[in-house]
Design a protein around this ligand. Sequence first.
Ligand code: ZN
Length: 87
Amino acid sequence: MIKVYDGQAYEMVEVVPYVRRDGGETLLNRWRSRCAACGEPFFFTAPAEATKFSPNRRCAKHKSPGRKVARQRPQRIKNDDVRVGNE
Ligand SMILES: [Zn+2]
């Protein structure tokens, strides 16, 4: 399975069993992608049942939590802002 997140491709390579801190068993998906900074392949894991996909964008070397890759977020246009004709 391949997901594209914000223009970055992620390939799911395996599912790994994982025991949570509370002792519950769950599954993690292991994803492979390429670092947004250097292009080197890297892996990250995310809960298999997670509905939200918010992957790492960079390899461990370039990982920097405070600095995000510029994200293209669709702007929600309010009706008030849409003006037809009459400029
Ligand atoms: Zn990197």
